[in-house]
Design a protein around this ligand. Structure first.
Ligand code: G3H
Ligand code: ZN
Length: 276
């Protein structure tokens, strides 16, 4: 069933669980996420990021993932990840996404609040959930320009109260696109944020988290952890092996079989570490 993020976030925030939000780049990824979630009776969050929506318009993404979500009994949220402006969030909402992230993390606080409020007004009128970011999770990728900034707990409180977002992404030690699990989480900062806000929290760049950190975070008011690079690595590396092993291979459906199994394994591990 197709749902927004509100209920699953509230439930995960108070349970020793967090919902993994996976970046998906097509049918193959989404199918594996839904299959694992069905087996674990867990909710699923299918997220499309900037690269995904540049590759395929949000209206096609919404149609594909929306239909997949409607065809299962588990709750499935189709979420726009890192929407950089109101227009893209509005386009995704009109196309059928059930949730959007407005990412104003590069803006001064007051402007981030103002822009987020506008997206929340539109989204909530359509029963769509909204995630936004305070502080700024940087990138472990020199080709992407973003000034990383830890979340200030007092700002998180102000931001949550003034915007009414359903989920709040905070910068507490992760970086996007890490290929190794050596992020250093600032648990003290996270605790201060938790004490000041009721809103379910989101950790981005979660490929960089150790298995222990995933479990620890699931027990906090972190309700969602975003995972992208781990799946891209598993799919891409396995695809390379597959093609190298057979110089005559050209059938993509056959070539995708093992990469799909490889990501399924990673998806399963992440769910288990997050309390499912
Ligand atoms: O919004 C997406 C995530 O933050 C993914 O981060 O690719 O480093 O796992 P990651
Ligand atoms: Zn992110």
């Amino acid at each position: 069933m197709l749902v927004n993020m509100v209920k699953m976030m509230k439930e995960a925030a108070v349970a020793d669980k967090a919902v993994p939000g996976f970046n998906v780049y097509g049918y193959e990824d989404a199918k594996m996420v839904i299959e694992v979630a069905e087996a674990l009776n867990a909710p699923a969050i299918l997220m499309t990021n900037k690269d995904a929506v540049a590759h395929m318009d949000v209206k096609y993404q919404a149609a594909l993932y929306g239909a997949m979500g409607e065809d299962t009994d588990i709750p499935v949220c189709v979420h726009l990840d890192h929407g950089k402006d109101y227009a893209l969030c509005a386009k995704a909402i009109c196309a059928g996404y059930t949730s959007v992230m407005y990412d104003g993390s590069g803006l001064p606080l007051e402007e981030n609040i103002r822009q987020t409020q506008e997206v929340v007004r539109l989204a909530h009128a359509c029963a769509i959930s909204v995630e936004a970011e305070i502080g700024c999770v940087g990138y472990n990728d020199p080709s992407i320009h973003a000034i990383a900034m830890y979340t200030d707990p007092a700002e998180a409180k102000q931001f949550a109260e003034e915007t009414g977002v359903d989920a709040l992404a905070v910068a507490v030690g992760t970086l996007h696109r890490m290929q190794v699990q050596d992020a250093k989480i600032q648990y003290e900062r996270l605790e201060q944020i938790q004490e000041l806000t009721d809103v379910p929290l989101v950790i981005h760049g979660s490929t960089g988290l150790t298995d222990d950190d995933l479990t620890k975070l699931a027990a906090t008011s972190v309700a969602k952890v975003n995972i992208g690079t781990a799946l891209r690595m598993a799919f891409g590396h396995t695809l390379r092996e597959e093609i190298m092993a057979d110089s005559q291979a050209f059938d993509r459906i056959k070539c995708f079989k093992r990469p799909m199994e490889a990501i399924k394994e990673v998806i399963h591990q992440k769910y288990k570490r997050l309390g499912w």
